[in-house]
Design a protein. Structure first.
Length: 317
């Protein structure tokens, strides 16, 4: 581990973070990958996982239809109601999971709930003796509001990173409290500037992988291109089913294989197409794999393909 001298404490606020056995459908590890690397660099990282909590009757609906909605849309579904804070650690990163009440999915948080949450986070940080040197947020709501509130106690460099193209719901007073605004792609940055102008200092935060995942040897295709790989959620906006007719049309009777890594609502469509085109023996549905197994699939494939709408280049690229 490297040693970072001086300002070395990072506070991260997010609404998506991996967590034990609690039921979050279509969760993501992306924030943990960043936090874990910061720890390796010598930073002390404290993550506050703001866990959305809804009225009790929503959870009856989620238990019936949550998996279907998540598979079809790729959105995270908080299918378990958390009533108390939960403290845990992953790979040197300390995470504090705190429930925050929200009237309905997709809606905004009440000001009273935001003030209560910010005050609770501050009390915990004071109790632990953790005074952040930097504050970062992932996903706009409620994290931009919470960061703005916490600036009254911690006047430190603060940033929020946008995961997608924003709407007009960002409070300008909160936005002006941010020292930096991060964007997952140039398209998201352009969409933001179209609504909020170019007066805010921004940076591009592309997805990435640790250096040790990158092959050092030069890849050659002397035997041709025959093995295709898709990695990602099997949902409509990523068009996984388009690969089968497209590759079949291009290759005809020439040999090829298609591997699908991931799960989602399009799995039945893919299986039906494989049967329709009589490709059951060359289309492999691999399901959800861990990162080390996925890297092996990348290394054995000739081409990676994923057609995705309205989102940044993710970790799979």
């Amino acid at each position: 581990m490297n040693e970072v001298k001086g300002r070395n404490k990072i506070l991260m606020l997010t609404t998506l973070y991996p967590v034990g056995n609690q039921m979050i459908l279509h969760n993501t590890n992306v924030c943990h990958y960043f936090a874990r690397e910061w720890v390796k660099m010598g930073y002390e990282v404290r993550v506050v996982f703001n866990y959305n909590v809804y009225p009790w009757f929503y959870y009856f609906f989620y238990r019936l239809f949550g998996a279907f909605i998540s598979k079809r849309t790729g959105k995270a579904i908080f299918a378990e109601r958390l009533n108390q804070k939960h403290d845990y650690e992953m790979e040197g990163v300390r995470i504090l999971q705190i429930p925050i009440f929200k009237n309905k999915p997709g809606g905004l948080f009440r000001k009273k709930a935001l003030i209560r949450q910010a005050s609770l986070i501050n009390e915990i940080l004071i109790h632990e003796g953790f005074e952040p040197d930097y504050m970062v947020g992932h996903v706009v709501h409620p994290n931009i509001e919470l960061l703005a509130l916490m600036k009254q106690w911690y006047d430190v460099p603060t940033s929020i990173t946008l995961h997608g193209v924003p709407d007009k719901s960002i409070d300008l007073a909160c936005l002006k409290q941010m020292d930096l605004v991060g964007f997952r792609s140039k398209a998201i940055k352009a969409g933001f500037e179209n609504i909020y102008g170019r007066e805010y200092r921004g940076f591009l935060c592309y997805s990435g992988v640790p250096e040790y995942y990158i092959r050092k040897d030069e890849r050659k295709w002397t035997l041709g291109v025959h093995h295709f790989l898709y990695v990602g959620s099997l949902i409509k906006r990523k068009h996984p089913s388009a690969l089968i007719p497209a590759i079949k049309r291009a290759y005809g009777e020439e040999r090829f294989t298609i591997g699908y890594v991931g799960t989602g609502g399009e799995d039945k469509t893919i299986s039906s197409l494989a049967k329709e085109y009589r490709l059951e023996n060359v289309v492999a549905m691999k399901g959800q794999l861990n990162r080390s197994d996925i890297i092996r699939d990348y290394d054995s494939a000739d081409v990676f393909i994923m057609i995705s709408e309205n989102e940044a280049f993710g970790l799979v690229y």
